[in-house]
Design a protein around this ligand. Structure first.
Ligand code: BMP
Length: 250
């Protein structure tokens, strides 16, 4: 048993239904100076989510979208897509502050959260208290996909992964831009714990590669939401990730 069994069940069901191992990173945004600006971003985000919904297993929302539209969009996205929603607030504060972030996220309808593993055990346990109370999921970042992550985070990959295992969280985030790391992380994790991997497409990772190396889902944003045909692009990424997952055989 890991924390977030209900979330794992939910995302596994949508993955199976849509034959997809893609999580859509819905980073639709713009600067908001009027009610109309906000409505425009809101409408665009919902329409992209609807266009992609048959070919993704979940939606990840984060600062770009939420700072533009407010957390209220989460309930609309759930209503329109019926997909699980991951809140990517990269929580990295003291425990008391983290608890409030987690409570607001749950209250808005978010099903799982992402936090930095480097904040350490006590500050993560405060998030876990809220996650368990509401039966949500929690993912910890054990490395990041951008080049600068190799300066401070990557050297601690093993320890950060071991902390995630010790705390029995739902899973971890590891970079598709360095797929060899995913294989390392996979070996250290119990099979129940998920690996979500960003960095596919716009950041250079090849669709399906992270999954071949042991990831369970690929988090993909720009390659989908900037495509001329969102539906077709999401469909072809769904096919590539689904094939990679089934060929891997676990
Ligand atoms: P894109 O496919 O457009 O590069 O988007 C990737 C998404 O994953 C973005 O929401 C980004 O904030 C997030 N992400 C990432 O790219 N690398 C990480 O290491 C961690 C992330 O959450």
């Amino acid at each position: 048993m890991v924390i977030g069994e209900a979330f794992i069940k939910k995302i596994s069901e949508t993955a199976e239904k849509n034959k997809s191992r893609v999580i859509l990173a819905l980073d639709i945004s713009d600067l908001i100076n009027s009610k109309r600006d906000k409505e425009r971003v809101w409408t665009r985000a919902v329409s992209i989510a609807k266009a992609a919904k048959e070919h993704v297993a979940a939606i990840k929302v984060g600062y770009p979208l939420i700072l533009a539209t407010g957390l209220e969009i989460v309930k609309e996205l759930k209503k329109e897509t019926q997909l699980p929603i991951i809140g990517d607030f990269k929580i990295a504060d003291i425990g008391n502050t983290n608890k409030w972030i987690a409570k607001h996220a749950h209250n808005a309808g978010i099903d799982a959260l992402i936090a930095h593993a480097f904040i350490g055990e006590d500050a993560i346990k405060d998030i876990i208290d809220v996650i368990i109370e509401f039966d949500d999921g929690l993912f910890l970042l054990v490395d990041m996909s951008h080049p600068g992550a190799t300066m401070f985070i990557k050297p601690h990959l093993h320890e950060l992964t071991d902390l995630a295992v010790k705390l029995n969280v739902t899973g971890v985030i590891a970079p598709a831009t360095r797929p060899e790391e995913i294989a390392i992380v996979r070996k250290r994790l119990p099979s129940k714990m998920l690996i979500l991997s960003p960095g596919v497409g716009a950041q250079g990772g090849k669709p399906g590669q992270a999954i071949k190396n042991g990831a369970d889902f690929e988090i993909i944003g720009r390659k989908i939401y900037t495509a001329t045909n969102v539906y077709d692009t999401a469909r072809s990424l769904a096919e590539a990730t689904w094939r990679a997952y089934n060929e891997r055989g676990t």
